[in-house]
Design a protein. Sequence first.
Length: 428
Amino acid sequence: MNDIIKMCCTLRAGSEKLALHSANQKNKALAEVIASIDSNRKEILAANAIDVDKAIASGTKESLVDRLRLTTQRLDGILDSIRIIIEQTDPVGQCVSGWITPNGLRITQKRVPLGVAAIIYESRPNVTVDAFALAYKSGNAILLRGSSSALESNKALVKAIKQGLSTSNGTLVTGVPEAIELACSGSRDEVDAILNATGYIDVVLPRGGSQLIKMVVEKARVPVIETGSGVCHLFVDESADLNMATDIAENAKLQRPGVCNAIETLLVHRAVAEKFLPLLEERFAGKAQFRCDLESLSLIKSFAEKNGRKDCVVAATEEDFGCEFLDNILVIKIVSGVEEAVSYINSHNTHHSESIVTKNLENATLFQRCVDAACVYVNASTRFTDGGEFGFGAELGISTQKLHARGPMGLTALTTTKYFIEGEGQIR
């Protein structure tokens, strides 16, 4: 606990210093971070290789190893994300609203940083850089607590970030290295300390699986922005272009099955199931296991057997519906129409991302209005629920709650507002 409090005190001092920096100063510091990460690629990739080797040796499934793995191309993507954040408008100081009261008081509501944020996350080392860059640009200091599986990667990345922030320009340091700290002992006590650091941490964000998020929400004494696990659905409507639906299903499930915006359940309108399911089985070609309700099982199993993929189609259990597999597993269920699809989704989803494939504008409108989720798509893959894809450069996570922030969280999610009031001696 003492180590966490010491870090938080350093971060508080860093946030106060950073609050005085202009957008131009913050952008220059982030540019130095890009240069530092770029020049330390060899060390970062070597550290990541240690984490990946440990994960493989411990039997971690490939979809989760993929989330952990860094490559030269993925580092390029991380640096590109920082460049996009640099180009974005600094939200700090933006005027949300303003007015003059009848007695002449000038009231202005402006965006200000939250202060000190903490993020508790699993596996993915890109989150280390994304969370830092978004926090820094929005004027916040950040405490990072990644999983032990990515410990060496995170240490190398934070070392490079601090090096970039410590770059000297003559007698002045370009950035604020006190604005980032990494809790790296690997002890679960760190998590408990963070969640109980009232007065030291202004907000904590969990980013990972459902168990992590539930634990943080239930145990935290500091404010939480709840991100969600991804039990995402795709509904193929009666009027859907079936080739489009097949393309979207393949992308939404197979491109990266271990991420939160991959679909876990496919709902198919009964009127098109007999035509669509053989197309789906042919396209997936055994790359995922289908766990089917009884009706879809009877329609697809013979095609799988004929193609030598008998083991790829099995009967779903009750526990499969509403499960986040993060693996090459897809639940298939037949529904009678858009109303049943909406009802099923709202009772089984995690309010993350949902999609409908349809040519029917009325059904599309009903689906988007009635499905309770942060992101609701028409004729597109759920894989687009991502800060980078939304143009934010990066994201802190996908908020599935309804207060403060919802959906992919960019720069403004780490700001609040303050009222600035100016008078000329008015008294009440």
